[in-house]
Design a protein around this ligand. Structure first.
Ligand code: SF4
Length: 315
């Protein structure tokens, strides 16, 4: 091969390598048949002998294109080979004027259209601004069947209480008494909750009370993650509408679900956690207190912290 052809080949190859380097491809899979001609080794390092040297740019182009579509950086593969005989692509100097932006343009195509995204955000904000407890309740409906808990419930148990409540109480799901009456926290545990609230100066009617799931799980089992995921958005909207200063979340399951944590109630209780821009106090569920009355002391400590916080915030 004439000397000027070697030079031209080497230049072309270098240009392709620079191009690949800009896109993060630092090594090339040997499965690609690359350089063939023994003479070419003087310019481009140690090479294979299967493909005519004149095809190198085309091969590199097609290989590069394929890998760019999948991932911008070629994964280490069997039989990797360094095209420049030990010189990595990252070692090649990239002239400033050769910077290419084509791959970024490809990424942009996958992003949502900014005006469409803005419209969607405006629509969500508008919905939240115009939301009300009545709208939320109407949307849920009395015959909601969004999750499996609809199958054995008597009725949907919606939240109750003041839309201007400073204090919100959230449990896991209705029990048997609540399922029959259609109101949260009305059984024995509910009566104890009422007493606990009164101990820090709150009438039940001053507080907003609800559950993450609004239908009673069969045999009082824990709601599944899927069941909770279907119902929880309505509660989150209620938090947005009521905008309480403090949320008390009762029991392990509700605490983990609401705070999206795997940490248990025993570690979390007694300390405020900031969530949704609201102070959230995890504490034991009244049903647990009925089984182990010694835990009432801890709940009392937690409730005093809530009372003190609300008093100081109202000063
Ligand atoms: S638990 Fe919630 S989402 Fe599931 S059926 Fe009842 S109201 Fe609907």
């Amino acid at each position: 091969m004439p000397e000027n052809s070697h030079q031209s080949l080497a230049d072309e190859l270098r240009e392709h390598l620079v191009y690949m380097s800009e896109l993060g491809v630092h090594e090339v899979d040997a499965a690609v048949p690359m350089v063939p001609h023994r003479e070419a080794s003087t310019s481009v390092g140690k090479i294979d002998e299967r493909v005519p040297a004149s095809e190198i740019p085309e091969i590199l182009s097609s290989k590069f294109k394929t890998n760019t579509e999948e991932t911008p950086r070629m994964a280490p593969a069997r039989g990797k080979r360094d095209l420049l005989g030990g010189t990595k692509l990252s070692d090649v100097t990239v002239p400033a004027e050769s910077k290419r932006i084509a791959p970024k343009q490809e990424h942009r195509k996958e992003e949502p259209d900014p005006p469409a995204q803005e419209e969607e955000m405006e629509s969500v904000e508008s919905t939240l601004q115009n939301d009300s407890l009545e709208t939320i309740r109407a949307e849920i409906g009395s015959d909601c069947s969004r999750c499996q808990l609809c199958e054995e419930r008597t009725q949907v148990v919606n939240s109750v209480g003041s839309a201007k409540a400073q204090l919100m109480v959230i449990g896991e799901a209705p029990g048997a008494d609540e399922d029959l009456k259609g109101e949260p926290f009305v059984g024995r545990a509910g009566k104890l909750l009422t007493k606990i609230l009164e101990s820090i100066g709150f009438e039940r009617s001053d507080v907003f009370i609800g559950n993450i799931n609004r239908c009673r799980p069969p045999q009082n089992r824990q709601p599944t993650l899927e069941e909770s995921a279907m119902c929880k958005p309505f509660l989150l909207r209620e938090i947005e509408v009521v905008n309480p200063k403090v949320i008390v979340v009762l029991g392990n399951t509700a605490t983990k679900n609401l705070l999206e944590t795997t940490t248990g109630i025993t570690k979390l209780r007694g300390n405020f956690v900031e969530k949704f821009g609201v102070k959230v106090m995890p504490t034991f569920h009244p049903a647990y207190l009925l089984r182990d009355p010694r835990k009432k002391r801890e709940v009392w400590e937690d409730m005093k912290k809530i009372r003190d916080f609300l008093e100081s915030s109202n000063d």
